[in-house]
Design a protein around this ligand. Structure first.
Ligand SMILES: Cc1cc2nc3c(=O)[nH]c(=O)nc-3n(C[C@H](O)[C@H](O)[C@H](O)COP(=O)(O)OP(=O)(O)OC[C@H]3O[C@@H](n4cnc5c(N)ncnc54)[C@H](O)[C@@H]3O)c2cc1C
Length: 299
């Protein structure tokens, strides 16, 4: 459940020195159990979105959930490590922005049709492929949806009968590639994720040295105008990394929901231990019985 965050708040703060005015900055662990993303805005301000993943939300400090801006400001000042603000900065952050804002939730939307001729509708952006901002491509993909639709209207002379079905055919692979990559590019299992990162570094180095022999890391394709998200998805599937992460993530997510809802009350490891004992007993008991029978016969 270690997505970048699933419950978050967003605040606007004056861009601190050292933070890029032109690119997105990721702030992992900016508060205990929190991750953040900082995006530049106009007027030398940054939009700082930060929050916790679903399974961590209950563990975050109660101070962050307080309605009292002074409590929030004191907590931020003490614990926020990504950059420093002035005293008034912390209070402004807590007073007008944090405490008056509800917790936002990231969600996931998957659709296999983005248009309907019968209903005369076309859908784009988050309405058909909302996802975690972990790869920061939601807005880009939304803009591409719009661009593609305009191109198709031009190509088919505003004939919706031809443009709408083609729009679905062209954009569904992109939307689905976006949501699958955003959800599974990072593995919830820290060990698997660490191994994937090492492989990613090795692959990038080898690709740099032998570009015609070694394919690039799929993440390097994301955001490059000459590649689509489906290209990155296809490469990641070919290299096995996405399928591996998806399998682990699905299992961890399923186990989390089973525990959270009480559908399964014993942990898998405990089940494993007790079924191991039963299996062991099932082997040992007949062997012991045979040994006793043979011993008795000899007597
Ligand atoms: C923290 C965070 C960081 C992100 N970072 C990036 C990034 O770096 N790069 C990137 O490409 N994407 C990023 N995204 C994703 C991006 O913000 C979204 O994918 C994008 O805004 C989707 O655009 P949209 O027009 O489809 O939806 P929205 O931007 O959500 O627009 C929908 C609009 O419809 C309005 N609305 C809703 N209901 C109604 C109604 N009933 N009547 C009238 N209006 C209504 C809403 O108020 C809203 O203004 C990020 C998202 C988050 C949450």
């Amino acid at each position: 459940m270690c997505d970048i965050f699933s419950a978050f708040k967003a605040v606007h703060v004056k861009r601190p020195e050292g933070l890029s005015p032109a690119s997105v900055s990721f702030l992992p662990g900016c508060l205990p159990s929190f991750n953040g993303i900082c995006m530049p805005e106009t007027g030398d301000v940054v939009n700082l979105s930060m929050g916790a993943s679903r399974n961590e939300f209950d563990n975050i400090s109660p101070d962050l959930k307080s309605d009292d801006p002074k409590v929030v400001a004191a907590y931020m000042k003490e614990n926020f490590r990504a950059f420093r603000l002035t005293e008034e900065g912390y209070l402004d952050w807590a007073m007008t922005q944090w405490t008056e804002q509800r917790w936002n939730r990231t969600g996931q939307v998957h659709c296999n049709r983005y248009s309907s001729l019968e209903c005369g509708i076309v859908m784009m952006g988050d309405s058909v492929h909302a996802t975690s901002p972990s790869i920061g491509m939601g807005m880009n993909t939304a803009l591409r949806d719009a661009q593609k639709f305009v191109e198709l209207l031009d190509e088919f002379d505003d004939d919706l009968g031809r443009a709408l079905p083609r729009y679905t055919i062209d954009r569904v692979p992109e939307g689905n590639a976006l949501t699958h990559i955003a959800l599974n590019t990072y593995c919830f299992d820290a060990g698997v994720q660490a191994r994937s990162m090492l492989a990613q570094i090795a692959r990038s180095g080898l690709h740099y040295l032998f570009p015609s022999l070694v394919d690039p890391d799929p993440n390097a394709l994301i955001g490059q105008p000459q590649y689509t998200l489906s290209d990155a998805y296809d490469l990641a599937m070919g290299q096995g990394v996405l399928a591996r992460h998806r399998e682990v993530n699905q299992r961890i997510r399923q186990e989390f929901f089973e525990r959270e809802t009480g559908t399964v009350r014993t942990r898998r490891e405990e089940r494993g231990r007790s079924s191991g004992l039963v299996r062991g007993a099932m082997v040992v008991a007949p062997v012991a019985a045979c040994a006793v029978a043979m011993f008795m016969k000899k007597q």
